[in-house]
Design a protein around this ligand. Sequence first.
Ligand code: UGA
Length: 454
Amino acid sequence: MAQSNELAESPQAPEALKISVIGCGYLGAVHAASMAELGHEVVGVEVDVEKAEALAAGRVPFFEPGFEELLRRSLASGRLSFSPDMKAATGAAVHFVCVGTPQRRGEYAADLTYVEAATSSLLDVLGPGELVVGKSTVPVGTAARLAALVAERVPEAALAWNPEFLREGFAVQDTLHPDRLVYGVADGGPVDAEALLDRVYARIVADDTPKVVTDYATAEMVKTAANSFLATKISFINAMAELCEATGADVKQLADAIGHDDRIGRKFLNAGLGFGGGCLPKDIRAFMARAGELGADQALTFLREVDNINMRRRIRMVELARQVCDDSLLGKRIAVLGAAFKPDSDDIRDSPALNVAAQLQLQGASVRVTDPQALPNVRRQWSQLDCVDTPEEAAEGADAVLLLTEWRQYKELDPAAFGAVVRTRRVLDGRNALDREAWEAAGWTYRALGRRNA
Ligand code: UGA
């Protein structure tokens, strides 16, 4: 693994810093390469040796558009290296903590094991004047606790919290051109955290990116509040979809109409199977758990309903599939298009599509799943599901086709040609993403969540 401390070929920017990024999963790997792209000398520390080696060789262990090019460019510049050893972080001016905070098993709260382990091993190499910067999504109060540890072990070092808002599928763009910067800093202290972070993000700051400098608790909460708002917006429109189903109204037209109001906006108002992934579901649950610990649980009880509405969509999708299959799933062949929790990602964590596919299979249907990127992950983690490479293979002889993740290639399927492979032309559009008229014109029975039947 390249362990260069020297800046090779490309010229160093005047504001360049030595930076370490602890944890090179999704967030950390993209952050490390992006910081090198901004001109800094970066070492990514990743305890999983295989992952560190893959990244150092320019191989991306997950699918993210544009990331491989960025990684290879940064490696070629000589400014980016990876190591499994925390010692490689020695001497960096800024240390970003980017490890995961998954949901605890059997509980709502976040599991902080990785954040704690990373910080404690970082403290062994942390030097005076250096800044630890948390990027992981954590329960409010974590930063203050970690800052106290830093102050105790290395009194001349400091800690800041700098939440990350990147979306999977747009990770590179969101990291290099974020819509805002949030710095949670302590008053006073041995390091001017704001000035140092401004140096890290010099190019982003120069783009007039809005910046909010605040305390730790606010910075931590900005992240969980933002994700809770997004989840609430999706569940709001999905609740409207439930009502549309009861009244015969059309949720897509409803979303278009209310979305024209700038105060509401059309983004994140796509009704369908709802949200999944490694962030929104676990973040709203951890937020509720933390509110409970703080004695403020009433403030977030609405998030329980947001979660419930979201989970009900999955059940409703299975019911709809049963309905269109003449009220019985037993022995029916179902094609599932999409397995990732959203398009342009191979992430299947809490994927609504796989949840539905598994329920259908458990209820006796014969299910075939396809996805342009996520199949290796599905095969590894959901070995009971039958995976095939193409939508045509999935749909061969099918009694119903379910679009559950709105990949572009599925939206662009030719309904006439595709209709030739199925047994019965029934399509369930779980993401309200297909051109309904075109599918109906090609002889398909089209059903979707929150939409009128033809
Ligand atoms: C989300 C946030 O959007 C990011 O800002 C945040 O940084 C990230 O979590 C995180 O905490 O790390 P991400 O999980 O990549 O990003 O995905 P989103 O684009 O937010 O989509 C989440 C889910 O909502 C997907 O399952 C998607 O299909 C669903 N969704 C989204 C809808 O059902 N309807 C919509 O209108 C939009």
